[in-house]
Design a protein around this ligand. Structure first.
Ligand code: GDP
Ligand code: IMO
Ligand code: MG
Length: 423
């Protein structure tokens, strides 16, 4: 009997989860996505190829690993088909290596319209959603109206689809939202037809049998802990549980079958979309991080907001996930900074605190930072821990001490090879 490891982002997403899953895949038999959907954009780089995955797990390029899209994921058939087409062009054997849960929910064209209508109605208070229909699809799931992958194979599929769309039309008329569904539906149904070549299965049975037979499973998180529906900066969050417990719900893994919990974070912070961001740098330094780090969304192309590393927020994410090891990404981006700041505490309305409180609205909370010396050295060609500059090792040790959690990998570039093992 084995246990499943979970890999997840500890900040506001885009920490580099895709890269690390790809690096770790050779040690696993199965890679499984457990939540989120095409709001995710996971980037992999190897042999000069850069590839962005949205719904498909980042283990898909490995020749034998099985990749599972779990019940907790929401699937847009149109985006899914595009992803598969791109992989088929690269010669990836998607048909045998990809398994899809019958319980995964479908994103309908009207879910996307509702996402857009809802955001438009919020005006300046909008969430900054990726407009992929994520919120409305999860609302239909918890509201017990949703359509699932398993429904595709039933005779009533079209009927169920029509009934749900009728409900959505009423909501859209409430929003006074203009749309032309006739333009969207044919492509959606073509994609549904196409998807039927793939394997729809009861992934919870498959995964639990795999655990019993000692297979190694890695659950791949999407988004980040600070976007979690319960523990993130609500309401500026996504609509799923992005934390470790989400892997239990989203795959049918019992909690006592979770092994290592790998937490991924950037050496600084980014956030895309609206919502509070305590260490945000709305100045030249923030712009410098954005430009050097190429901090523009993998899914939407939007500029990402940038700021220094936030230790209280990181400790919070480590706590709610039960993180057993950390991996620090994009260390190379800080190479050009003479000094680096780290937020260690907050001033919360006059009181100094070292934890993430309920309210992180900038009206209440100011980051308190400490300054450390930068390393001022290009890291991108370094291939061994012993060659890392002393100041970077100090930065690593500072974070390990502050979080009481070991850092097992430091990433120094987007390529698979630019990965330093620390232990
Ligand atoms: P994910 O959503 O967590 O998988 O992350 P994204 O793919 O959205 O964003 C991470 C971006 O950083 C991608 O463009 C990666 O190719 C890139 N990246 C990952 N690790 C590193 C690193 O250590 N250094 C640099 N320079 N880029 C990295
Ligand atoms: P990966 O997996 C970064 C953000 C959106 C918005 C909020 C809600 O690549 O790290 P949604 O479309 O989910 O309703 O948007 O969440 N968001 C992400 N930010 N990385 C992601 O995924 C994200 N997925 C959603 O920008 O603020
Ligand atoms: Mg991303």
């Amino acid at each position: 009997m084995s246990k499943a490891d979970v890999l997840l982002g500890l900040q506001w997403g885009d920490e580099g989860k895709g890269k690390i899953v790809d690096v770790l895949t050779p040690s696993y038999d199965i890679i499984a996505r457990f939540q989120g959907g095409p709001n995710a954009g996971h980037t992999l780089e190897f042999n000069g190829i850069k590839h962005v995955l949205h719904t498909i797990p980042s283990g898909i390029f490995h020749p034998t690993a099985i990749n599972i899209v779990g019940n907790g994921v929401v699937i847009d058939p149109v985006i899914f088909k595009k992803e598969i087409d791109a992989l088929l062009t690269l010669g990836v054997d998607v048909k045998t290596k990809l398994l899809i849960s019958k319980r995964a929910h479908l994103i309908l064209p009207t879910h996307r319209l509702l996402d857009a209508a809802n955001e438009a109605s919020k005006g300046k208070n909008k969430i900054g959603s990726t407009l992929k229909g994520i919120g409305p699809t999860y609302m239909d799931k918890t509201g017990r109206n949703g359509l699932r992958i398993g429904d595709i194979e039933t005779k009533e599929f079209k009927e169920k689809y029509t009934a749900l769309v009728e409900k959505h039309k009423q909501l859209l008329s409430f929003y006074n939202y203009d749309y032309n569904l006739n333009e969207l539906e044919p492509t959606w149904f073509e994609a549904i037809e196409f998807l039927q070549q793939l394997q729809f299965i009861d992934t919870e049975h498959y995964i639990n049998k795999a655990l019993v037979s000692g297979k190694k499973i890695l659950a791949e998180g999407a988004q980040g802990s600070l976007l979690d529906i319960d523990f993130g900066s609500y309401p500026f969050v996504t609509s799923s549980n992005t934390i470790c417990a989400g892997a239990c719900n989203g795959l049918g893994i019992p909690p006592n079958k979770i092994g290592n919990v790998i937490g991924i974070f950037k050496a600084y912070c980014t956030r895309v979309g609206s919502g509070p961001f305590p260490t945000e740098l709305e100045n030249e330094t923030g712009e410098k991080i954005r430009q050097i780090g190429r901090e523009f969304g993998s899914t939407t192309g939007r500029p990402r907001r940038t700021g220094w590393l936030d230790i209280p927020a990181l400790k919070y994410a480590i706590m709610v996930n039960g993180v057993t090891e950390l991996m620090m990404m994009k260390a190379d981006i800080l190479s050009e900074f003479e000094n680096i700041e780290i937020c260690t505490h907050y001033d919360y309305d006059g009181t100094i605190i070292d934890y993430l409180p309920y309210n992180i609205d900038p009206k209440y909370i100011k980051p308190i930072t400490t300054t450390v010396k930068g390393w001022n050295k290009d890291l991108t060609a370094i291939d061994n821990k012993d060659k890392l500059p002393a100041q970077l090792m100090d930065y690593v040790r500072f974070i390990e001490k502050a979080t009481d959690t070991p850092i097992s990998i430091v990433s120094v570039g987007p390529d698979r090879k630019q990965t330093i093992q620390m232990r």
